[in-house]
Design a protein around this ligand. Structure first.
Ligand code: 5GP
Ligand code: MG
Ligand code: MG
Length: 181
């Protein structure tokens, strides 16, 4: 695969251990919030949330169904497109159901704001959202996820499902990209 980016290294920002510990505590809060639900639909936003959702649902002591939605935002670059489109819809119905949307990062906020509006139009009983990472400094629309794993500064990060040019999703930790030239 050709590389169209300058050389870079990845500096670890959040260890795999810290992520695991945070997910355990988030899962307890979520299980409390949705206690008694007959089936929670956990919706992962492709592709960045695939590792997070896999770890999160395994810590959730609730009956869950897993579904996926793909929304376009960043493409392969480092700048947000702002215009959000739904590229892949859910497979299942969410009307009258409890839904938890799982996202990797809230950055400008456009993606989750749009996805939330899109899903609310289907009249779920309850809709909540969780993002592993939040960059509040970059917010352009007023959006707040119900749960956040970690607040981070305005740095471009990769790992734990999150890519740069489709690479580095398999790193077990979150790291920041540092260009060496
Ligand atoms: P938003 O619509 O909130 O600006 O963008 C959210 C999406 O932008 C995230 O789901 C993620 O795909 C992408 N994004 C935001 N910040 C970063 C980052 O630091 N690294 C990577 N790889 N993607 C990011
Ligand atoms: Mg994303
Ligand atoms: Mg991406």
């Amino acid at each position: 695969m050709p590389t169209d980016h300058p050389p870079y290294v990845i500096d670890q920002m959040i260890s795999a251990k810290s992520i695991a510990a945070r997910i355990e505590s988030l899962a307890r809060e979520i299980a409390t919030e949705f206690a008694g639900t007959d089936k929670l639909v956990v919706v992962g936003l492709l592709r960045g949330s695939f590792v997070f959702i896999a770890d999160l649902v395994r810590e959730l002591d609730l009956p869950v169904e897993v579904d996926f939605l793909e929304a376009s935002s960043y493409g392969d670059g480092m700048t947000s497109s702002r215009e959000v489109r739904i590229l892949k819809d859910l497979r299942g119905q969410i009307e009258g159901r409890d839904v938890l949307v799982v996202e990797d990062i809230v950055d400008t906020g456009h993606t989750l704001a749009h996805v939330t509006k899109f899903l609310l139009s289907r009249n779920p009983a309850r809709l909540r959202s969780i993002a592993l990472l939040d960059k509040p400094a970059r917010r352009e629309v007023d959006f707040k996820a119900d749960w956040i794993g970690f607040e981070i500064p305005d740095e471009f990060v990769v790992g734990y499902g999150i890519d740069y040019g489709q690479r580095n999703r398999n790193l077990p930790y979150i790291g920041k990209v540092r260009f060496t030239q």
